[in-house]
Design a protein around this ligand. Sequence first.
Ligand code: NAP
Length: 252
Amino acid sequence: MARLLVLGGTELANRFVAAVREAHPDLEIVLSLAGRTRDPKLPDCEIRTGGFGGADGLAAFLKSESITALVDATHPYAAQISANAAEAAKAALVPCQHLVRPEWVAGPGDDWHVVESNDAAARHLESLSATRPLRVFLSIGRQELAPYKTLGNCSFVVRSVESPEEDDLPPGAALVLARGPLSEADEIAFLKDRHIDAIVSKNSGGTATYGKILAARALGLPVVMVRRPPLPVGTVSRTVEDAVHWLAGQSV
Ligand code: NAP
């Protein structure tokens, strides 16, 4: 029996699972979650939760569970698990592809300041705030807030789906818990209400969190955009349709 492992934790992974169920009703699908989100939205398939114990652990799982194809549909910034997927698939001789949403591209009216990392984003904010205090909307999730904790001339509004640890927040930061999708109009109201001068964002792609980018454009606000980490070498699909097509070609 063919058995597909999908590394998920994203809305894209859920849509992929639903599409595979329709295209290949006989295929067994196991969806793997890191287990960080409370009460995640789940598609109708077998679910496993928690880390594998690095690439070796994942390779062992692929073998012991007789997995015949692997799709890494994790978030574009989840670089460790994507690297592990590529390495484990190679070791276990299982075909693997990475399914990742296309990046957003800056358009007319956008004022993007593209940086390589959160450390670089914090340094950039330091220079932007050299002559005046800045109120900054941090829209980068809750796990990588450390570089922003020591910026004297910036104050922060942090928005995330789940609450960060209290100690992880920059001093004095306001915390807002929210899950997308949020419209451009909602985001314009939010940015105005919070007197935001600049935004820090990941280049997540997709529509669910694009409202803030449209709102920044409408309000003429700078966006410090943290570049995506590189994907491992291997097959990449940008859409669910392409990923399902790849799967059909694997004779799994
Ligand atoms: P990461 O840094 O690449 O992964 C760290 C470790 O977490 C991995 O080495 C692995 O542990 C475990 N892990 C990650 N994803 C897993 C999965 N789908 N199934 C089982 N184990 C997994 O990733 P992360 O940034 O912590 O992200 C964790 C999860 O949240 C991912 O599933 C990702 O799709 C989702 N997510 C991430 C972001 C983001 O911005 N990073 C945003 C939204 C959702 P072992 O080495 O022990 O196997």
